[in-house]
Design a protein around this ligand. Structure first.
Ligand code: W29
Ligand code: MN
Ligand code: MN
Ligand code: MN
Length: 256
C-alpha cells in the first residue's frame, strides 16, 4: 500500500504511544519480576492510553506483548518465569490507535548487563539504524538487508533468516517481507508512502532457530544469546520517518 501525507500523522501517533509504553516499562524490569507481570502492566497501559492491542487475539495469541529472554529469538510468551540478574529480554508491543498500527520492540536487562550481552545489544541496535539509513525512494529492500547483514557479520555475529519485517499501516502485516539480509539493488524498490517494520534479530552464535512445543517460542538452535530491535518506518520524499522513536531517547538499556 502507498499511503498519503495525512497517513503519516496517524502512524506517528500510534508509534509514539507504543514508544511511550516501551519507555515506561523499563522501570518494571528487574530480577525476580515475572514476564507475565510485565505484560499485565503493558496491557493496562494500552487501555489507559486509549488504544487497542494488536496481538491479543492475533492468530490465537493472548497477550499484549511478546517477551523474549536470552536465547529466545522472538515470540516469547509472557508467563510465571522470574527474571534473574543479567537476563536480557526483548519486549515487543503493537498498539492500534485510530486504526493505525504502531509496532516496536527494544532490549532491556534485569539487573546488571553482562559484557557479552552489551556488545550484542549495541550491534543489534546499530544494525537496525544502519538498515533504516538505507531507506529512501529509489533504494531497494535488498539495500536495507545488505546494510544490516554486512555490519552484523563484520562484528562476527549472525543474522536470523527465519523471521522478517513486514508492511503495516491500517493492518498489522502486509507485503513486502522485509529481509534482514540481502544483496544491494535487489528486491522491491522503495517508494514514498510505503510503511513497514525493520526488526533484525542478531545472534552471538549461529543463525539457525527452532520453535518450541508451545508453537510460538523461537529459540537459537545453539542456545546462543539473541537480541532484536524493531521500528515502524515510513518512506518520505527524501528518506524516512521513524514512527516509534522514543521521545526521551531511551531506546536501549545503556540509556537507563
Ligand atoms: C504475538 C504476535 C505475533 C503472532 C504471530 S507473529 C507475531 C508477531 C510478533 C512480533 C512482531 O513484531 C510481529 O510483527 C508479529
Ligand atoms: Mn513487533
Ligand atoms: Mn513486527
Ligand atoms: Mn532474545
Amino acid at each position: 500500500t502507498i499511503h498519503q501525507e495525512a497517513d503519516f500523522a496517524g502512524m506517528h501517533n500510534a508509534g509514539q504511544i507504543t514508544a511511550r509504553i516501551l519507555d515506561e516499562i523499563a522501570d518494571h524490569v528487574f530480577p525476580g519480576q515475572t514476564t507475565g507481570e510485565i505484560d499485565r502492566i503493558i496491557e493496562a497501559k494500552v487501555i489507559e492510553y486509549g488504544t487497542k492491542s494488536a496481538t491479543i487475539g492475533y492468530k490465537g495469541y493472548q497477550h499484549a506483548s511478546c517477551i523474549s529472554v536470552n536465547h529466545v529469538v522472538c515470540h516469547g510468551i509472557p508467563g510465571d518465569k522470574k527474571l534473574k540478574d543479567g537476563d536480557i529480554l526483548n519486549i515487543d508491543v503493537t498498539v492500534i490507535a485510530d486504526g493505525w498500527f504502531g509496532d516496536s520492540s527494544r532490549m532491556y536487562v534485569a539487573g546488571k548487563l553482562p559484557r557479552k550481552a552489551e556488545r550484542l545489544i549495541q550491534v543489534t541496535h546499530d544494525a537496525l539504524m544502519l538498515g533504516i539509513e538505507a531507506v529512501k525512494p529509489g533504494n531497494t529492500f535488498g539495500d536495507i538487508g545488505h546494510a544490516i547483514q554486512t555490519y552484523a557479520e563484520a562484528q562476527r555475529m549472525s543474522v536470523v533468516r527465519d523471521f522478517c519485517g513486514h508492511g503495516l499501516g491500517r493492518v498489522f502485516h502486509s507485503p513486502p517481507n522485509v529481509l534482514h539480509y540481502g544483496r544491494p539493488g535487489t528486491g522491491p524498490r522503495l517508494e514514498e508512502g510505503m510503511f513497514f517494520t525493520i526488526e533484525p534479530m542478531i545472534n552471538l552464535g549461529r543463525p539457525e532457530t527452532k520453535v518450541l512445543a508451545d508453537d510460538w517460542t523461537a529459540v537459537t538452535r545453539d542456545k546462543s544469546l539473541s537480541a532484536q530491535f524493531e521500528h515502524s518506518i515510513g518512506v518520505t520524499s527524501d528518506g524516512f520517518e521513524i514512527f516509534t522513536l522514543s521521545p526521551a531517547g531511551k531506546f536501549h538499556p545503556t540509556y537507563g
